[in-house]
Design a protein around this ligand. Structure first.
Ligand code: DAV
Length: 378
């Protein structure tokens, strides 16, 4: 048997091998065209940029290391990225950026589908070189697993043509919500752009959130790239800040999903789940009324859980409502303190990227609903 096997088709089959991020050298990015999607004017990070303090990096790393320890003590193999000095400017022929970002949330960059790991075509300029932190691991998997498919989505150019540069001009929360309802997001359709964390993997079906970090052209690209899969673009019209699907719509086991109750999937888009006997439950309320300091994400990281198998799930240790809900659904809940790591780019799901889970590519949606699968746009 090869030393490494890359194989994962969903977020709930028994986990065997995973990547967990690191907080070293992480930066708050300088202003760039789409940054306001992540850091709005009311954020404590507004107007700030540069390296995060060593004290906060150390606290986040302690939590990440403890998480690794828990996973390893359950027999799961854990690999870590190799951080770059993210506090450096970078340039391409098309743009420059004053700093890079970090390698805390691998989930945003790496999409594992079966034996393939695909680096995403991310829409933030400061994240353009983030894949380099995973290059040593990709090389190792490539050497150790003869079936591993090491893939990279088309590198975006990220010129100003990729963004609607006036998107946030005179913005109000009401206008932002109206734009989201009209499927009017900060990226243009100039080139395919997506974060891997916008893609929910359910065997043969991939559900892709169309929002601030993923455009429709990416859905088109993904459909051509994965011809044996069915790509469905979905969206959550009540979410004015639709960044990544994993604090909004989270599968726990075959047939069961928790949905953020303030970002419900519209009835028309629920039909494919209903037609295949999937239950969509409201997620429990977060335990906190605000995120930790200098955090990009909302309090809904409460539901950003890591499922280890269909009976076991890791949850942030202070999220007692989410813990209680998962307990009542029959899960063994493993508490992981993670609030300090949240600020570096996300929760327990964001902080990881699958390498191997047991199981095969199942068809969980044999009853397809006409018109829900992506079609090419011209
Ligand atoms: O609710 O702020 C966070 C998702 C991070 N991957 C939110 C989405």
């Amino acid at each position: 048997m090869p030393k490494t096997i890359v194989n994962s088709w969903n977020d709930f089959d028994p986990l065997k091998h995973i990547i967990v991020g690191r907080a070293d050298h992480c930066c708050i990015p300088a202003m760039e065209p789409a940054l306001e999607a992540k850091i709005d004017r009311s954020s404590d990070m507004w107007g700030m940029w540069g390296p995060r303090s060593l004290a906060t990096v150390e606290k986040a790393n302690e939590e990440l290391d403890y998480f690794v320890h828990v996973l390893e003590s359950r027999g799961i193999r854990v690999d870590r990225p190799t951080p770059l000095q993210w506090n450096q400017p970078a340039q391409t022929p098309d743009f420059s950026t004053k700093t890079l970002f970090g390698c805390m949330p691998p989930r945003d960059v790496l999409l594992t589908v079966g034996s393939e790991m695909l680096s995403a075509a991310m829409m933030m300029r400061c994240r353009y070189f983030e894949y380099l932190a995973y290059h040593p691991l990709m090389l190792k998997y490539f050497q150790e697993d003869p079936s591993f498919r090491w893939e990279q989505a088309p590198r975006p150019r990220l010129t100003d043509a990729s963004y609607k540069l006036d998107y946030f001009t005179d913005i109000t929360p009401e206008k932002l919500l109206q734009k989201a309802r009209n499927l009017d997001f900060v990226t243009s359709e100039h080139e395919p752009l997506f974060d891997a964390a916008d893609i929910l993997r359910l065997g043969k079906d991939l559900f892709v959130q169309h929002g601030l970090t993923t455009n429709r052209r990416a859905g088109d690209w993904l459909q051509r790239h994965f011809p044996d899969h069915r790509i469905h673009m979905i969206n959550f019209p009540d979410d004015p800040n639709s960044i990544h699907i994993d604090a909004t719509f989270v599968p726990l086991r075959p047939g069961l999903i928790i949905n953020n109750p303030v970002r419900r999937l519209p009835d028309s888009q629920r039909r494919i789940f209903e037609a295949n006997d999937w239950e969509i439950l409201d997620a429990a309320m977060p335990a906190h009324d605000r995120p930790p300091p200098l955090c990009y994400s909302s309090v809904w990281l409460s539901m950003n859980v890591l499922v280890l198998d269909q009976k076991t799930v890791c949850v942030e240790a202070s999220e007692f409502n989410q813990t209680e809900q998962l307990d009542s659904l029959g899960f063994e809940v493993i508490p992981i303190p993670f609030r300090n790591a949240f600020s570096f780019g996300g929760g327990l799901h964001c902080a990881t990227a699958d390498v191997r889970r047991e199981g095969r590519c199942e068809d969980y949606f044999p009853n397809q609903i006409p018109g829900t699968q992506i079609r090419s746009i011209s």
